[in-house]
Design a protein around this ligand. Structure first.
Ligand SMILES: Nc1ncnc2c1ncn2[C@@H]1O[C@H](COP(=O)(O)OP(=O)(O)OP(=O)(O)O)[C@@H](O)[C@H]1O
Ligand SMILES: O=C(O)c1ccc[n+]([C@@H]2O[C@H](COP(=O)([O-])O)[C@@H](O)[C@H]2O)c1
Length: 196
């Protein structure tokens, strides 16, 4: 059986919100993916543990947010592995599911920050990367170090608004910027305002 095309959205989900849902639905539609897996991180290595809700609460928040969306699955893969570094997680996922075609999904803020991640270039070398616009980060993301280093392997979405169904099958490194997500929503704001 041919493998699935799976988008991987790693996150703290502290808590999950409509921004996560919007980029996942955009990924499914624009990249013709079969599924998106939300990888709930045990602890982002660059974030403080202060104010980080416990793992069960973040997992539950993610499960509630995707209820009714059968193509979006919640995964505790990193928790079971005791893994917090994305480069390592991707290697393990690829070993566990060799038939699947994975795509790493992230917001524009993380294209700026990714150069501080552990073995960050190994992420680009392992899987195609899809970056979703996020208000306030567009310019810095597209002119930053990661975008510049990998400018030769940037793929542009088809002008026709048709899904780029071949993206997940491409050989890494390659990346695409999807400009249609514009939700100004973050977990930080939700925690500040205590709304969900
Ligand atoms: N509104 C959004 N638009 C685009 N991408 C988003 C949005 N919200 C979250 N993301 C992306 O989803 C992934 C997981 O995000 P995360 O769980 O850290 O949420 P967050 O809102 O960024 O949290 P916090 O405010 O606590 O930093 C990251 O790659 C992030 O860039
Ligand atoms: O591998 C790293 O060094 C690394 C550093 C910072 C963040 N990440 C991952 O980036 C994803 C998004 O994290 P967050 O907290 O912005 O939702 C999540 O899967 C984290 O594990 C990974």
């Amino acid at each position: 059986m041919a493998g699935l095309k799976v988008g991987l959205l790693g996150g703290s989900f502290n808590p999950a919100h409509d921004g996560h849902l919007q980029i996942s639905l955009t990924a499914l539609r624009s990249l013709g993916l079969d599924q998106v897996w939300w990888l709930v991180s045990p602890q982002n290595p660059l974030k403080s543990t202060e104010g980080m809700a416990d793992y069960a609460a973040r997992l539950q928040s993610a499960e509630q947010k995707v209820a009714g969306h059968p193509a979006i699955r919640i995964s505790d893969f990193e928790k079971r592995l005791g893994e917090t570094y994305t480069a390592n997680t991707l290697a393990r996922l690829k070993a566990c599911y060799p038939q699947n075609h994975f795509v790493w999904l992230m917001g524009a803020d993380n294209l700026i920050q990714i150069t501080r991640w552990y073995k960050w270039q190994e992420i680009f070398e392992q899987v195609p990367v899809a970056v979703f616009d996020r208000p306030g980060y567009t310019y810095r993301a597209l002119s930053g170090k990661a975008a510049s280093l990998y400018r030769h392997v940037r793929v542009f979405p088809p002008a026709s608004r048709k899904p780029d169904s071949r993206f997940a099958n491409r050989t890494a490194p390659c990346w695409i910027f999807l400009p249609q997500t514009k939700l100004k929503l973050s977990s930080t704001d939700i925690r500040k305002n205590r709304i969900n």
